[in-house]
Design a protein around this ligand. Structure first.
Ligand SMILES: Nc1ncnc2c1ncn2[C@@H]1O[C@H](COP(=O)(O)OP(=O)(O)O)[C@@H](O)[C@H]1O
Ligand SMILES: [Mg+2]
Length: 235
């Protein structure tokens, strides 16, 4: 079997001395779509942030195409092909849409590609980031990360607080990116039904540990597991 694109092994990490991740092991193959779910506060954001190099790693390893990257700064990981759309979105509110996109540009990425995916951003290109609606800000956060030409796209609750029509549009974009086969996706999502509908495989986190892993279609039907770890039944 081909080497995984990304692996984490016995990963322990947190914020300063506070350890949140209690030893997580997980691999993602190139082209795979992984859903990462779990209740609030279980460590989903901390896991993505640790993969990107934004937390304090206490132990274990992050491996990219077989090479350890756990000591690299976030911008070095981005240069290797890791991309994160943070839960906080983190766009530059005082810069225009276009300036935000250019700030994320790497390699042969182009504004035209970003605008083709998100025509709304083209219409708004001269507007300040702070003038955008929540949905537009999320489009911009996604588009800016894509300007870095990531091979691995990590999405941290990209639908949070957005209207259903915007959620559908964003999911359509994620579908297109994943279907092209060149983008591997890790999707963190509170809407477990939507995340598992999108993903090939689902993993559940609880209290900083990976407690369950299954094919997404199977997990979606596993009412007992979803009830136990998410406290929700899916229709
Ligand atoms: N910057 C931080 N400093 C200290 N603790 C934090 C910080 N961010 C999150 N935490 C704590 O880490 C735990 C996991 O949080 P998080 O990874 O954001 O969970 P999730 O994304 O699953 O909701 C929580 O107990 C949270 O309070
Ligand atoms: Mg989170």
């Amino acid at each position: 079997m081909a080497e995984p694109l990304l692996s984490v092994t016995d990963l322990r990490a947190g914020y300063g001395p506070t350890q949140i991740l209690q030893g997580i092991s997980l691999s993602v193959r190139a082209g795979e779509r992984l859903a990462l779910i779990g209740r609030n506060g279980v460590g989903k954001t901390t896991l993505l942030n640790t993969i990107m190099g934004l937390t304090t790693q206490h132990g274990g390893q992050v491996t990219w195409q077989g090479a350890p990257i756990g000591s690299l700064a976030p911008h070095r990981r981005a240069a290797l092909g890791l991309g994160l759309v943070p839960q906080t979105r983190d766009i530059f509110k005082s810069l225009s849409v276009e300036e935000n996109l250019l700030a994320g540009m790497r390699g042969d990425a182009s504004l035209d590609e970003a605008y083709a995916l998100f025509p709304r951003l083209k219409e708004r290109r001269r507007n300040g980031g702070g003038q955008l609606s929540g949905g537009e800000q999320q489009m911009l956060a996604v588009a800016r990360t894509l300007m870095g030409r990531p091979r691995l796209l990590m999405l941290d609750e990209p639908l949070e607080g957005l209207a259903p029509v915007i959620c559908e549009m964003l999911m359509g974009v994620f579908e297109r990116l994943a279907a092209e086969g060149s983008t591997t996706v890790i999707l963190v999502e509170q809407h477990a039904d939507m995340a598992l509908g999108f993903a090939d495989r689902g993993v559940i986190l609880e209290a900083g540990r990976l407690v369950h892993e299954a094919p997404a279609a199977e997990l979606r039907r596993d009412a007992a597991v979803l009830e136990r770890y998410l406290g929700v039944g899916l229709a």
